[in-house]
Each structure stands twice: as structure tokens, then as C-alpha cells.
Design a protein around this ligand. Structure first.
Ligand SMILES: [Zn+2]
Length: 320
């Protein structure tokens, strides 16, 4: 059988057809701006599915399920999109509308959970049973897989790892709380930290690195300066990794996954700059256990396609 995954992104609605092994056989995309109401959304999904089947010569009857990954709030049991910032729609009973046109199961899931599921099936977590991904971006997204299933909590809202507090009364967060982990350890937080320290050290190598990048502070600036021997850059990396480790240690102490994978642009830094010092710091902060039982901290493997692949695999059970 084959599976179709659809990822509702900020610019494009991307769809892909995946085989039993999780291989992406074809992809299609359409601009999200073309979707204005419930009907146009459902029609877009149906036509993307037909296009993918045509492109791969897979009969539509061979599609076991269709999965949709949504950034926002979804109702997984009824298959409804409650809210997403990427579409001008609310409370869309997507599964009900979809079944007017096509009969196969339609599953809906939060996009961070889809990415985690993809890594779990065919990426960094394929040897795992208990697996967590975190994505370092504007915030920190998370997906928790427990005994082969996405952990949803009682109401479908579990896994918001970026909003666990690591500093009571700390920096305010748009969620309404203070001290949330993502205010210190997201890619955006790293840029903010870099800018703040840069202002205090106008003669640093970091300043040169930023000037070489047209004055633009990026998530890489401090790592580049650190590699050139800049103590200012090294100190930023050290602080950032300490914040990252603090939240990861919380997750490990709570869930003890066998593997925890890190994604997002920051995770592309070379291992000796990020992963190795991070592992050392996490080991220091977590409850001691023997090396063979310790959570493996690794990088994600699937990149940008994880959302589509994970959405597609919502309908598939892992064979472990
Ligand atoms: Zn928050």
C-alpha cells in the first residue's frame, strides 16, 4: 500500500506519496494563498491526491490513508482543524468534508508531531521505541513518541516542550508565561543573545563575523566567531548550550527516551561545537545511569521533507 502526506506550510501546501518503506515517490505543491474557504481546501486536497496518483501510476484504491500536518490546533479524533495561522479558516471539519469525495481514512495531526513520527519511522529514531524530537526555530517545537505512538495527553495538546519554564519569573513569552525554554534556547533566542553580547563587545572577532554577513546577526555568528578563537563567541555558545541542555535534561528526566533528536538550523553546527558539549552538559544534569541506558542525543536526519513523510505515515504502524 501507499500513503499520502500533506503539510500545510506558511507559503505552500505540500503533498507527497510515500511507499511502505517511507520513501517519498512524488511531491506536489500549491500556494496556500489560493485557499480561501473550506470547499477550496478540500478540493485542493482531492486534486493533489489525484495528481500524485497519476504521477506515480498508483491507483487511488492503493492509497491506504491520507494524513494532514497542521501548524496549530487540531482535533485528532474528529479530524478537524480548529485553528492554524497559515489558513484563513477556523473549525474546519476536514475529515467529514473530505469523505464526500474520497473514501480512504484521513488523519490530522500537529505538524511537529508529524516530523517526529517521520524521524521515528525512517529517520533518527528508527531504532527507538521511546523517542523525542525538538526543533530549534522561532520557538522550540517538540514531538514525543511513547511506545510507538505520538503522546497527545488527554486533550491532544501535549508536547509543547518550548513552553516548559526553565527560569521562574524569567523572560516573558507570548504564551503568557515567563521563563519558557524557547525564550532561551530557540534559534531566535540565540540570535537575541548574540546581538546583546555583541553590543557589549564592539571590538570582538564576533563583530567582524557579523560585519562580513552585511551586519546581520544569524544563529551561526557566535559559532563562527568561536571557531576563530573568539572568547566572546565561545562564551555565547557556552551559555546557549547550557540553556539547551537545561531543557533537554528536563525532558530526559521526565521521559527517559532511548533517543532524542535535535532539528532546526542550529542543529547543522558541527558535532564538536554543538552535539559533543551538549551531551557532556546533559549527562552532568540528568539523573545518573549506565552508559548503555543513557538517552542518545543525535541530529534529525530527514530535513524539510519530514513533515510530509510523517503526515503520510500517520496511518501506518511501525514494524519493530
Ligand atoms: Zn511560553
Amino acid at each position: 500500500m501507499n500513503y499520502i502526506g500533506i503539510d500545510i506550510g506558511g507559503t505552500n501546501l505540500k503533498a507527497g506519496l510515500v511507499d511502505e518503506m517511507g520513501n517519498l515517490l512524488a511531491t506536489k505543491k500549491i500556494k496556500v494563498s489560493q485557499i480561501s474557504d473550506n470547499d477550496s481546501l478540500v478540493w485542493t486536497l482531492v486534486s493533489l491526491i489525484q495528481d500524485l496518483c497519476q504521477a506515480t501510476d498508483v491507483p487511488i484504491g492503493q492509497i491506504a490513508s491520507v494524513g494532514v500536518g497542521v501548524p496549530g490546533t487540531v482535533e485528532i479524533h474528529s479530524g478537524a482543524i480548529l485553528y492554524t495561522c497559515n489558513l484563513p479558516l477556523q473549525n474546519v471539519p476536514l475529515r467529514k468534508l473530505f469523505h464526500r469525495y474520497l473514501p480512504m481514512p484521513l488523519l490530522i495531526e500537529n505538524d511537529a508531531n508529524c516530523a517526529a513520527l517521520a524521524e521515528y519511522h525512517v529517520g533518527a529514531g528508527r531504532e527507538s521505541k521511546r523517542f523525542i524530537t525538538i526543533t530549534l526555530g522561532t520557538g522550540i517545537g517538540g514531538g514525543i513518541i511513547h511506545n510507538g505512538k505520538i503522546y497527545h495527553g488527554a486533550n491532544g495538546m501535549a508536547g509543547e516542550v518550548g513552553h516548559m519554564s526553565i527560569e521562574m519569573g524569567g523572560e516573558p513569552c507570548p504564551c503568557g508565561r515567563r521563563g519558557c525554554w524557547e525564550r532561551y534556547a530557540s534559534a531566535t533566542a540565540l540570535k537575541r543573545l548574540t546581538s546583546r553580547v555583541l553590543a557589549e563587545h564592539p571590538d570582538s572577532i564576533l563583530r567582524t563575523v557579523v560585519d562580513e554577513n552585511a551586519g546581520h546577526v544569524s544563529g551561526q555568528s557566535a559559532f563562527i566567531a568561536a571557531r576563530r578563537g573568539d572568547p566572546v563567541g565561545q562564551s555565547i555558545c557556552h551559555t546557549y548550550i547550557a540553556y539547551l541542555a537545561d531543557g533537554i535534561a528536563n525532558l530526559i528526566n521526565l521521559f527517559q527516551p532511548d533517543t532524542l533528536a535535535i532539528g532546526g538550523g542550529v542543529s547543522n553546527e558541527e558535532d564538536k561545537s554543538l552535539l559533543l558539549p551538549l551531551r557532556r552538559e546533559v549527562e552532568r544534569l540528568t539523573i545518573p545511569c549506565s552508559e548503555d541506558k543513557r538517552t542518545k542525543i543525535v541530529k534529525v536526519e530527514l530535513g524539510n521533507q519530514a513533515g510530509i513523510i510523517g503526515a503520510a505515515l500517520l496511518g501506518k504502524k511501525k514494524r519493530v
